[in-house]
Structure formats: structure tokens, C-alpha cells
Ligand binder design. Structure first.
Ligand code: CP
Length: 325
């Protein structure tokens, strides 16, 4: 069979797609994941050119609505839209009328007056993306809602793992740390299961809910894994006065991912931002085992793929490569 080297943006103008959102990993089938990762791979090849811009989404508007701080997700969605030639509009809660008490619904209705094609939303409240999806005609992408879901993070993690390790199916991933407050963990566990990987959740009992899957409270359990995925201690989501761990110092001593706790050949991931010296030893974060920068790079092409996929009928396969004129 002819190998397909297709740059999605090079082929056809976007056509009217079925209306879809990406609110949760639960919205995705295995076929969706395979298609999105393949499209991201095509976009990754396009990003190796001198001219990295594709005309694919020219004339489309991507609205980035961030009600919570972000470096990686907000920058990569904005760049992804720009690399696909879409117009972008970025609104952050700070400095907007949210500070004057405007509701999420009114903010969404107000900005919908500009007819955005896609609204990317991050919000501290679970369900905020669903609310926006209910009141606008735009495709909505959940860029993180509370401790609930962060589906594009899970997709970029799958992409980075496949690139870094070479496979997904049959892989064993240990997810270590503050699972309880982590939308990254909830999304990733679902996504890994979808592609046939095995997951062990590792950490102190109060931070690792048993209902999410196989659990170990022994940090030594990470030695069995192909990939060790380190979670941030999310102090901003911890209830005041709750005693999840005796102290951060003790957490680090018992659960911190150090070079001594890893074995050769394992890869280490972290969605960022990292608390260096808390959940991850700086020697691990800066080692060749770490895929942290690869995850950020994957974020760009995976988010390009998500925007493309939502606004078209998905990648169109042809048997010859088509270059942008
Ligand atoms: N991984 C992640 O969501 O990072 P940001 O909070 O910087 O977007």
C-alpha cells in the first residue's frame, strides 16, 4: 500500500462538518484517537518546513477563553490556530468584564456575537465547557474544567508517548501523585485505556481514589512501568485544613520521583507546571528520560489536529503528497 504523506491543510477547503465538540475523552472513540494522532503527525511534518503556516482555516475564528491561568494550553491553542491561518481572539478573565461580575453565560453570548467557529475554554468550574456549548453555535473544546477533564492534554500525552516510546498498546504507565485533584490524570487514564495501555495509580491513599483503577501506595510500584507520569501537587485545589499528606517535605521523601526510584529505559512525563523538588526531582526533570518538552511540542500539533478535525470532516486520505503552492 502506498504510504500516505498528507498534510491535511493542503488538500481541501474545510466543508460543513457535523457539529461536534471535544468536552471529554469520553467523547472519543479509538478511531477518533487514531485519526487525531495521525493528523497531528501530518501537521508535525508541516512544522519542519521554513514556512510553517498552512491555509487550512483561513477566515475561521478561534476564540480562546481562559478563566484560569495557563502557559502551555493557551499558547499552543493560539499558535495552533495561527499556524492554520485562523483568526484568533484571546480573552482572559483578568482584565475582562468577568472581574465586574459578568456571568459565564453572558460572556459566552457576548463573544458569540463575533461568530467564532471554535471556542476553547478553560474554567475552574466543572461543566463550564458544557454550558458554553449549550449557548453558542461554535464548536467547543474543553481546555480544562476544574478537576474534571483536559482532553487535549490526554491526546498530546498519547502522541508524546507514541513518539517517545514507539507504541501505546500494551504499555504500562504509572501515574504518580495527586490523582484526586487532577483533570490530567482523569483524562489520561481514560485515554490510555482506550488505546489498550495499562495504568497503575501510585500515591498516598488520600490522593489516589480507588475507583479510578489499579492502585498502589508503594512508590516502588513505578519500577514496573514503561512510563512514569508525574502529577503536580495541586495545592490550589486542596481543601483548606484537609490533611492529604503530613507535609510537602514528607510527600517528597515518600513519593517524589527521583533518579534512585527509576530504572534505566523508563520515560518520565509531567504535564506542567512542575513543582521541582516536590513531586519531581530536578535531576529527573532535566534528564534524557524526561519527555516534558516533547509534550509541549506535541501540544501544538495535536491542537492543530483538534481544530482541523472539528472544522472539517476529518483527514482525507489521498495517495500522493500534496504540497502547498
Ligand atoms: N498542562 C497544562 O495544562 O499546562 P497549563 O496550565 O500551563 O496550560
Amino acid at each position: 500500500m502506498t504510504e500516505l504523506h498528507v498534510l491535511p491543510g493542503d488538500l481541501l477547503p474545510p466543508v460543513d462538518p457535523p457539529r461536534r465538540h471535544l468536552l471529554s475523552v469520553g467523547d472519543l472513540t479509538r478511531d477518533d484517537v487514531d485519526r487525531l494522532l495521525a493528523t497531528a503527525g501530518s501537521f508535525a511534518r508541516s512544522q519542519q518546513r521554513d514556512n510553517k503556516k498552512l491555509p487550512t482555516l483561513r477566515g475561521r475564528l478561534v476564540l480562546n477563553l481562559f478563566f484560569e491561568s495557563s502557559t502551555r494550553t493557551s499558547s499552543s491553542f493560539e499558535l495552533a490556530a495561527k499556524r492554520l491561518s485562523a483568526d484568533t481572539l484571546s480573552v482572559k478573565a483578568a482584565g475582562s468584564s468577568v472581574e465586574k461580575g459578568e456571568s459565564l453565560k453572558d460572556t459566552a453570548l457576548t463573544l458569540s456575537a463575533y461568530d467564532p467557529d471554535v471556542i476553547v475554554i478553560r474554567h475552574p468550574q466543572i461543566g463550564a465547557p458544557q454550558l458554553v456549548a449549550a449557548v453558542t453555535d461554535a464548536h467547543v473544546v474543553n481546555a480544562g474544567d476544574g478537576k474534571h477533564q483536559h482532553p487535549t492534554q490526554a491526546l498530546l500525552d498519547l502522541y508524546a508517548i507514541r513518539e517517545g516510546v514507539g507504541r501505546l498498546e500494551g504499555l504500562h504507565v504509572a501515574v504518580v501523585g495527586d490523582v484526586l485533584h487532577s483533570r490530567v490524570a482523569r483524562s489520561l487514564v481514560q485515554a490510555l485505556r482506550l488505546v489498550g495501555a495499562r495504568v497503575t495509580l501510585v500515591g498516598p491513599p488520600p490522593l489516589v481514589p480507588r475507583e479510578l483503577g489499579d492502585v498502589s501506595h508503594d512508590i516502588g510500584a513505578i519500577a514496573d512501568a514503561d512510563v512514569v507520569y508525574v502529577l503536580r501537587m495541586q495545592r490550589e485545589r486542596m481543601l483548606e485544613g484537609a490533611n492529604y499528606v503530613p507535609s510537602l517535605r514528607e510527600y517528597t521523601a515518600r513519593w517524589g520521583v527521583t533518579p534512585e526510584r527509576l530504572r534505566p529505559g523508563q520515560r518520565v512525563m509531567h504535564a506542567g507546571p512542575m513543582n521541582r523538588g516536590v513531586e519531581i526531582d530536578p535531576r529527573v526533570a532535566d534528564s534524557d528520560a524526561a519527555l516534558v518538552v516533547d509534550q509541549v511540542r506535541a501540544g501544538l500539533v495535536v491542537r492543530m489536529a483538534v481544530l482541523y478535525d472539528l472544522l472539517t470532516t476529518g483527514p482525507v486520505l489521498v495517495e500522493t503528497a500534496v504540497e502547498v503552492a
